[in-house]
Design a binder for this molecule. Structure first.
Ligand code: UTP
Length: 410
């Protein structure tokens, strides 16, 4: 893209200020800025208008969706295990670790996975996840392809960390890293913020664009070449989750559904989790703040909550449906954020409170693009220890307590 093309494009979106410092930049900086403008998706900027946003986020009619409960799973455990192990032994099951987030609540400048949660020894978040995967590797006798999504911000550090720790015993020939896409950051009045005179402020575009980023990185082809048919995607921060455990894999395959999602029974009706349900007849996740009082307390004839199961960001998809999802139109979410940027005088500022929006695609919207999803209940005390904060709810401290309860020496 040359200067004039960039100007024309920016004018179309009312963003000419992006080139405000252009004349003072050197050749390399100019080229970098023009390339960045060429790669930026400006269509998302329309969402800063509340009316456009309200229209885009209109939800359909919600209905409860019953889960396969722990008791039902136990009753069919042997059958599911056999089906899952067969797929794992045929190396048909891959895993995608979503590790491109910035972990702002944790407050570390490093990738979340390098956080050390040990007390008397080193135990890193990435290490916990790899250990959990190695349990499955031992049981099936086969490694699973592991794809690790990073962002430009944490890619190099993530890769070096895995290398320095020899992949915590995982076979490196089964591990591939890929970098997720970025989205521009804007002020509350919809103007693109500049990180420097030659760079638009950007942030990772959420955890919902992972399969698109994989396609671009040539990794869909890699999966097909390896014979993969099922792909799980999971969060970096749940140190207790089982990843592609044979019973879960077997249950999803046996269900014949497009995907499965691990869920936990809500600790109380008002727990702040997204609930797997139906929306206009299709699987969907309703966020806790979107639920009416009636929905929150709705019960069946046995007094059980009907919107009872919260998602834990651990899904298994059939590879055959992922391509169509990636081709489809995904909702873009608008999130307030503290964005380091240049002030109107061109001076760098680090805001104390949110000063603009970032744009994110969310994996939960992928679920709504499938035809069917199996909610698969797991025991919270065994599989749900997300690390979002240093202390308090969903924190390093609460995850440490759960790990210890499950016999992990910290
Ligand atoms: P969160 O929504 O908890 O975000 O991500 P985060 O970045 O880890 O933490 P905060 O909100 O800044 O404190 C849930 C999962 O999605 C991944 C995260 O790495 C985590 O595994 N994620 C999130 C991405 O891979 N990319 C993103 O752009 C955002």
């Amino acid at each position: 893209m040359n200067y004039w093309e960039a100007r024309r494009l920016l004018r179309q979106y009312g963003q000419e200020h992006v080139l405000r410092y252009y004349s003072g930049l050197n050749r390399k900086e100019r080229a970098a800025l023009l390339a960045q403008i060429g790669k930026t998706d400006f269509s998302v900027l329309a969402l800063t208008d509340p009316a456009v946003r309200a229209e885009a986020f209109k939800r359909g009619a919600f209905e409860p969706l019953s889960a396969m409960t722990v008791e039902e799973i136990r009753a069919r455990e042997a059958e599911f295990r056999e089906i899952g192990l067969r797929a794992l032994r045929e190396e048909k099951v891959a895993a995608v670790l979503l590790a491109g987030g910035q972990g702002t609540r944790l407050g570390s400048d490093h990738p979340k996975g390098v956080y050390n949660i040990g007390k008397t020894r080193d135990l890193y978040i990435f290490e916990c996840l790899v250990r959990n995967m190695l349990d499955v590797v031992r049981e099936s006798g086969h490694f699973m392809p592991l794809y690790v999504m990073t962002s430009v911000i944490n890619h190099d550090e993530t890769v070096s960390f895995f290398e320095a720790h020899r992949y915590f015993g995982y076979d490196p020939s089964y591990v591939r890293f890929f970098i997720q896409d970025m989205a521009p950051c804007v002020s509350f009045d919809g103007k693109i913020l500049m990180e420097s005179r030659s760079k638009i402020a950007e942030s990772p575009n959420g955890n919902g664009g992972w399969f698109r980023s994989m396609i671009r990185a040539g990794l869909e082809d890699d999966m097909r070449a390896r014979g993969v048919e099922y792909v799980s995607a999971f969060a970096v921060d749940n140190v207790c989750q089982r990843i592609n455990d044979p019973v879960f894999v077997g249950a999803v395959i046996a269900s014949g559904m497009d995907c499965g999602g691990k869920v936990v029974r809500k600790a109380d009706p008002n727990e702040r989790v997204g609930v797997l349900c139906l929306e206009d007849g299709q699987p969907s996740i309703v966020e806790y703040y979107e639920m009416t009082e009636d929905m929150i307390h709705l019960k069946d004839g046995h007094g059980q909550l009907l919107y009872a199961f919260g998602v834990i960001l651990n899904y298994l998809f059939r590879l055959s449906v992922l391509h169509d999802i990636a081709d489809g139109k995904m909702m873009t979410h608008v999130v307030e954020k503290k964005i380091p940027c240049l002030d109107p005088d061109g001076q760098p500022v680090k805001p104390e409170k949110p000063n603009g929006y970032k744009f994110e695609l969310l994996i939960l919207d992928m679920i709504h693009m499938t035809r069917s999803c199996l909610p698969y209940e797991v025991v919270r005390e065994k599989e749900f220890a997300p690390i979002k904060n240093p202390t308090g709810v969903d924190s390093v401290v609460s995850a440490q307590a759960l790990l210890e309860k499950n016999g992990v020496v910290l």
